[in-house]
Design a protein. Structure first.
Length: 188
């Protein structure tokens, strides 16, 4: 008798939208479903004295970015995921798309990809106290952005300060991203 074990869920996910509550909810849901499925498979394999090694989840990214709060929620899920996640920049990974790209356990880009880093942007209106609170919150988010970038790349704090002084948007080719360890490999 041949033992038929369940097959893992499909692992290719495509993120080709702006970062907003709906798009991030769908991607987060897909990641959690795969992660839960892998845990179930691991238990089933163990019952048969077999080892289950999950294949990586591949997230293909082509995004101009979007809302930072939703993005940070996704980044938390990605970092907590035990199943390896590979991020692959297919066109562009800008702003929040950049953050998603650098969070993969392994990070890839195609040769003609463009990545872009910039400061957190926000706007304020209302009473003076509301504006002051928004400034404090924007600075907190900016610090999180910088820390995340410093942890996941070889970009230095001095380089970030230089970028802030010189320009708002910092565009990188795939080759430049590789040199800065923003990605691990360029795919051909």
């Amino acid at each position: 008798m041949i033992l038929e074990l369940p097959k893992p869920k499909p692992r290719n996910l495509f993120f080709t939208k702006d970062v907003d509550a709906e798009s991030i909810a769908k991607l987060t849901e897909a990641l959690i479903e795969i992660e839960e499925s892998d845990k179930d498979l691991e238990r089933i394999y163990e019952l048969h004295d077999l080892k289950y090694t999950p294949k990586p989840i591949k997230i293909y990214i082509d995004s101009y970015g979007g809302y930072v709060y939703q993005c940070y929620g996704l980044l938390s899920v990605m970092k907590a995921c035990k199943t390896p996640i590979h991020t692959i920049v297919t066109g562009c990974a800008m702003s929040c798309g950049f953050l998603m790209a650098i969070t993969g356990h392994r990070r890839f880009a195609y040769p003609k990809s463009t990545l872009m880093y910039h400061q957190v942007s926000s706007s304020s209106w209302g009473k003076a106290k509301d504006i002051e609170e928004r400034i404090v919150e924007t600075k907190r988010l900016q610090k999180m952005l910088e820390q995340h970038t410093l942890e996941h790349t070889s970009i230095t704090k001095s380089k970030l300060k230089e970028v802030y002084k010189a320009k708002f948007d910092w565009y990188m080719t795939a080759k430049e991203a590789l040199e800065l360890k923003v990605v691990d490999e360029i795919l051909n």
